[in-house]
Write a protein that binds this ligand. Structure first.
Ligand SMILES: Cc1ncc(COP(=O)(O)O)c(C=O)c1O
Length: 397
């Protein structure tokens, strides 16, 4: 079927984190803003998912639910094989209600308080807080931004990996917010350093289905046999099919010992092993029948990126968009506005009246940037850009 992503769906009063007025008030101090911040889509999810959830709703009993069926695991491993050419055993898949809860568990299971954990800023901001909240130390291997492109700083990474206190590296692949789809070569180099220094790699690949044309995602553990023994891969249908509110992710661990420790921790110590009833049927439907929808949504997202690039070139040529390779998150350099980060945040909320994720939230290297979620009807993106344009213009007058 042909999906209509131009359709604007009113998400106010739907308990949406992105649109809920009370949350906007709490987070931004205003409700009078167009929200393009949180990373979910303003599109309806695939029809087979909606049908599966409706069917479940009609059952009328929502008791404790069990996911460990061949149908559930086959839908996940089938997707990984079909879309990523990644052969996994069903036994490798461990359920978690989310990647962030899983990383919390991983930190507590595979490191001790005071240990150092590497992240690469600017990066998805909860990485910082979960490390700190668990009493571990954040070690930042900041990405290099040169010639309008992001890359890894391998020398700095190696130096930090050599520190005996460094135990875990949280990789964001593809990278939120800078939109890089890391190449096999880049990942291999980092992986070799981790292998040499006994570092566990937690590869957060939640965005791995959201790849733009011309780029190819590489599953970290699939690069070489030895990487399987030092890595845990986080995947989920949540970003891919816009079902984040259903709370489902798959933590894929091929090494038996690592998997056993993680499984014991997530179920035995954290009691997070039972999914909600709707997430099971939605996951099966999405991974079994969601291909067509995903292909269409990514075409639309790609067109939105193209629209945004054209808009900037025509109306705001001083504002640079980093070339996106994956995700639906645009990373825009507003530094030419000459405002401090606080001034720009205030400007976006009170003058442009748009709620974006200010770059500085993603750690050092995010200064001067804003992240805009383009997984919305084009008219909303256009409205957002018009409001920013008008605010900048009136500021200059
Ligand atoms: C890189 C990354 N990891 C994890 C998450 C959230 O994962 P979950 O909802 O499964 O905890 C997000 C959401 O934006 C993300 O961008």
């Amino acid at each position: 079927m042909k999906y209509d992503f131009d359709k604007v769906i009113d998400r106010t009063n739907t308990h949406s984190v992105k649109w809920d007025k009370s949350l906007l008030e709490e987070f931004f101090g205003t409700t009078d803003v167009l929200p393009l911040w949180v990373a979910d889509m303003d599109f309806k999810c695939p029809q087979p998912v909606i049908d599966a959830v409706k069917k479940k709703a009609d059952e009328g009993i929502y008791g404790y639910s069990w996911h460990k069926t061949a149908e559930y695991f086959d839908s996940i491993s089938g997707w990984m094989k079909r879309r990523h050419n990644w052969e996994i055993d069903n036994d490798w898949i461990v359920f978690s209600p989310g990647i962030v809860p899983a990383i919390n568990v991983i930190l507590r299971t595979f490191s001790i308080p005071g240990d150092k954990i590497i992240v690469q800023s600017p990066v998805y901001y909860p990485f910082f807080s979960i490390i700190q909240n668990n009493g571990r130390q954040v070690v930042n291997n900041q990405l290099i931004y040169e010639n309008k492109k992001y890359s890894f700083d391998f020398d700095d990474f190696e130096e930090k990996a050599k520190d005996p206190l460094t135990k875990i590296f949280i990789l964001c692949s593809p990278h939120n917010p800078v939109g890089r789809v890391w190449t096999k070569n880049e990942l291999t180099k980092l992986g070799e350093i981790c292998l040499e220094n006994d570092i566990l790699v937690v590869s957060d690949e939640i965005h791995h289905d959201l790849i733009l044309k011309g780029y190819k995602h590489t599953i970290f553990s699939d690069i070489k046999e030895e990487f399987k023994d030092i890595s845990i891969i986080g995947t989920a249908p949540s970003k891919t099919f816009n079902i984040a509110g259903l709370k489902n992710s798959s933590i894929i661990i091929s090494n038996e010992k690592l998997r056993e420790r993680f499984t014991n921790a997530i179920s035995g110590q954290n009691s997070l092993s039972l999914p909600n009833a709707f997430s099971i049927v939605a996951t099966i439907a999405a991974y079994s029948e969601g291909d067509e929808w995903l292909d269409q949504v990514m075409d639309y997202v790609e067109d939105n990126f193209r629209f945004l690039k054209g808009y900037l070139e025509e109306y705001l040529p001083d504002i640079e968009m980093v070339k996106p390779e994956g995700t639906y998150l645009a990373w825009l350099d507003f530094s030419t506005l000459g405002m401090t980060d606080d001034e720009r945040k205030d400007f976006m909320l009170t003058k442009a009246k748009v709620a974006l994720d200010s770059g500085i939230m993603f750690g050092s290297g995010g200064e001067g940037f804003e992240r805009i979620n383009v997984a919305c009807p084009r008219i909303i993106l256009e409205e957002c850009m018009n409001w920013i344009y008008k605010a900048i213009k009136s500021e200059k007058e």
